[in-house]
Design a protein around this ligand. Structure first.
Ligand SMILES: Cc1cc2nc3c(=O)[nH]c(=O)nc-3n(C[C@H](O)[C@H](O)[C@H](O)COP(=O)(O)OP(=O)(O)OC[C@H]3O[C@@H](n4cnc5c(N)ncnc54)[C@H](O)[C@@H]3O)c2cc1C
Length: 404
């Protein structure tokens, strides 16, 4: 770790050692880029897609975590520190410790931020005994405990508006909990309410058809175009607002499973990197090439990038390949020609052994892995096995090493 005041230089410096940063570093090494460093403050690496399974009782918490030192590709320099600013003029990243690191090329991928305090009472409700969420590692096992112990009452699930990491993931613990309650014979005694900010459940016909069938099967009450306005944690009520009519509704809950509004990391919003007019503070990039249009030494991908796709690990897996190829080309004095195809995906876990697998482009038009074959979008056991069993292995062993 560089000490305070020490100055260092790297050919490629990456801010954020999450899904995007580590897999990109691994891929760049494979492409023989020798001097790659990653700035990452956390000593543990989290595989977020498993959080939904932890909250829904189909995974243990330990499965989603590894030591950061164990996932950092050999040959990459890990700087355990936090970026606090980027000076585009002097090609320098400032760190919380006081160090400054210069770069030839900078890749900015510090992810997205959970804004728990942006809704009155929400943070307090999550800290209290009746709140849980799959959007925080610590709150996911708590959510499962609340679901597991419940025999009757009302459970409210919320999915926020605005940018989100894999926004459909808000619904996954709900389907898993409903399946659990049905198997326990108590589903009829539990009222399940879901508030989604959108006018439909997802926005793609075939996926909406599958999810609506499960919603009917489980007897879930969906409030469309509805947002969480506030929570009263001591009275255990939520206030929901229908954004189409302006009407508000107060619902008493026994358990609240909430997903927070999300935005770009606070420090990033005040740098030169977001687009003029800000666009939520995410890093401005050419959505095809993934290079900053005003600062050619800067690149971005993953949840922190202002790309057009729905943010997900599936999307950034494609982005990693494109960015690595383009950066390699530029380092060799060539033009960057690889283009991101706007693919994204969200595997909706709809029961303890089935998934509805949505694959789509930036306009939510279907983009199936096998072109012309939309069968994976139907509820299937095969896609559950792929998502729950195979994908975590692929993530730890191949994706993070830049090999998939
Ligand atoms: C509950 C949940 C379920 C999901 N399910 C799926 C799914 O089923 N399928 C799918 O494809 N995607 C899913 N996703 C989305 C996927 O996990 C994200 O898209 C992906 O992790 C984004 O990768 P990233 O590297 O951009 O951000 P992250 O993986 O969040 O990594 C960002 C890293 O940057 C670090 N960092 C933050 N600030 C700084 C700083 N100032 N300086 C240096 N480092 C910093 C953080 O510590 C972190 O390690 C899910 C997400 C969530 C939350």
């Amino acid at each position: 770790m560089p000490t305070a005041g020490e100055k260092r230089h790297h050919q490629v410096l990456i801010i954020g050692g999450g899904n995007a940063g580590v897999s990109l570093a691994g891929r760049l090494l494979r492409y023989h880029v020798k001097d790659v460093a990653v700035v990452e403050p956390r000593s543990r690496h989290l595989y977020q897609p498993l959080f939904s399974h932890i909250a829904g009782g189909t995974a243990d918490a330990f499965e989603a975590v590894r030591l950061q030192s164990a996932v950092m590709p050999k040959g990459v320099v890990w700087i355990q520190d936090k970026a606090t600013d980027v000076s585009t003029g002097s090609s320098t990243v400032l760190l919380e410790s006081g160090s400054a690191i210069t770069y030839d090329h900078l890749v900015v991928c510090p992810g997205i931020q959970n804004d728990w305090t942006s809704i009155p009472g929400l943070k307090e409700a999550m800290e209290g005994p009746y709140g849980g969420s799959n959007y925080e590692y610590e709150l996911a096992p708590k959510a499962w405990k609340l679901f597991k112990d419940l025999k009757r009452g009302t459970v409210v699930f919320t999915q926020p508006p605005g940018p989100a990491s894999c926004d459909g993931a808000a619904q996954k613990p709900m389907y898993l909990a409903c399946d659990h309650w049905r198997r326990q014979g108590v589903l009829g005694d539990i009222r399940v309410v879901l508030a989604v900010s959108t006018p439909t459940i997802f926005g793609m016909d075939i996926i909406d058809e599958e999810l609506n069938r499960k919603i009917d099967e489980y007897g879930i009450e969906v409030r469309y175009s509805t947002e969480l306005a506030s929570v009263d944690p001591s009275g255990r009520t939520v206030e929901l607002t229908d954004t189409a009519t302006g009407a508000s509704e107060t619902i008493a809950y026994d358990v609240l499973h909430a997903v927070p509004p999300q935005s770009a990391p606070e420090w990033l919003k005040t740098t030169d990197l977001p687009a003029p007019g800000n666009h939520g503070g995410f890093v401005e990039v050419d959505p095809l090439i993934l290079r900053h249009p005003r600062f050619p030494a800067i690149w971005s991908l993953g949840d922190a990038a202002c790309t057009l796709n729905s943010k997900s690990g599936a999307a950034l897996r494609m982005q990693t390949k494109v960015l690595a190829k383009n950066l390699k080309a530029v380092l060799k004095g060539k033009k960057p020609t690889a283009q991101y195809n706007q693919y994204s995906a969200c595997p909706f876990v709809v029961s303890k052994n089935t998934v509805v697998f949505s694959e789509f482009d930036d306009k939510y038009a279907p983009m199936p892995t096998v072109p012309g074959w939309d069968n994976l979008a139907r509820e299937r056991r095969l896609t559950f096995i792929a998502e729950r069993v195979l994908l975590p292995k692929v993530y730890w062993n191949l994706i993070l090493r830049g090999r998939a």
